[in-house]
Design a protein around this ligand. Structure first.
Ligand code: B12
Length: 259
């Protein structure tokens, strides 16, 4: 629908709806001189407002790398409270996908570089990733409204890096997918069985090493060969969560409205 129509549905002035589009709170597509928004996104925003929640103000973060450095210095020394306090200031005003890509991921890569250089112990690396898991869980939200579709998120067999799949699950939830997060290292047959059982539209496999990336691609081929209706997205190190969300929307589960 047109943005003017959406403003009527939401009971706000056109300028208010336009402001939400500019702040990224209401996804919209520029068509000619106007904007088009999907019915599903308008309904989700309306549901939030019915619960008495106005869309949160987005914060413009001037220096993401300073935020990532701050998170790094807190997690590398095991200062969970400091890490939590730093993120609390950001998390309400920044989309989770940006928090993951621009704050968590660089901090974790630095931990990995430190480990490879012998400067960060295995124990300190475990402590840092465990802190990140708890922080991410705390900032995961499932907005109200009809889900876009059902997604199952896991890692390929042998892959014990949990955080990329956790990030993928959290970002999909924030984008209104109903997510079954199966954590790490799952045999492909088990994963497929559960995906069919919950009538998933989409399976996401996240890998952190090139070897696991190959296993994810093999698993994706195996699943789609046997079940053509099940879309599978395999991601590896360096792939973007923004792309994941875009590709997931393009798979168009039954909950997805045409845009
Ligand atoms: C934490 C950590 C661990 C922890 C994991 C704990 C946990 N709870 O997750 C533990 C200690 C278990 C571990 C183990 C190992 N690790 Co490790 N680990 C890491 C570390 C520091 C962070 C991993 C991480 O979360 N990265 C994720 C984020 C930050 O980055 P990303 O990979 O770009 O991911 C993005 C995409 O995947 C995207 N995404 C996610 N899902 C999807 C889906 C789709 C479709 C798309 C499009 C995108 C997408 O989102 C992410 C964020 O943007 C990395 C460092 C690094 N550079 O990543 C090393 C690292 C990955 N580990 C490494 C190694 C070598 C290992 C071990 C082999 C060590 C060993 N000898 O035992 C084992 C392997 C275990 C196994 N079988 O899997 C190497 C891999 C090197 C290589 N290229 O192969 C790294 C790079 C460290 C290094 N610098 O050398 N590790």
């Amino acid at each position: 629908m047109q943005l003017r129509e959406a403003a009527d549905v939401l009971g706000v002035h056109y300028q208010t709806a336009y402001g939400w589009v500019r702040q990224g709170l209401l996804p919209a597509r520029k068509v000619g001189r106007g904007y088009e928004v999907s019915d599903a996104d308008v309904q989700a925003l309306a549901a939030e407002r019915n619960l008495g929640r106005e869309p949160a103000r987005r914060i413009q973060v001037r220096d993401y790398s300073a935020q990532a450095d701050r998170l790094y210095s807190a997690i590398v020394s095991g200062e969970e409270t400091r890490a939590r306090q730093g993120l609390a200031r950001l998390a309400d005003g920044v989309p989770l996908v940006d928090l993951c890509e621009r704050v968590f991921a660089p901090a974790l890569r630095r931990i990995g570089d430190g480990w490879a250089a012998g400067q960060v112990s295995i124990a300190a690396e475990h402590r840092a990733s465990a802190i990140c898991e708890r922080l991410l869980a705390a900032h995961t939200r499932q907005p109200p409204g009809r889900p876009r579709g059902i997604a199952v998120v896991a890692t390929p067999p042998g892959e014990r890096h949990a955080l990329p799949a956790l990030m993928a699950a959290a970002c999909l939830r924030e984008d209104r997918w109903l997510v079954h997060h199966l954590a790490t290292d799952l045999p492909v047959d088990e994963l497929t069985r559960l995906a069919l059982e919950v009538r998933a539209d989409l399976v996401v496999l996240s890998a952190a090493t090139p070897q696991a990336g190959h296993r994810a691609a093999d698993a994706a081929r195996k699943i789609t060969a046997a079940h053509q209706d099940l879309a599978v997205l395999a991601g590896q190190s360096g792939d973007s969560l923004h792309d994941l969300l875009q590709h997931a929307r393009n798979t168009r589960g039954p909950g997805v409205e045409p845009e």
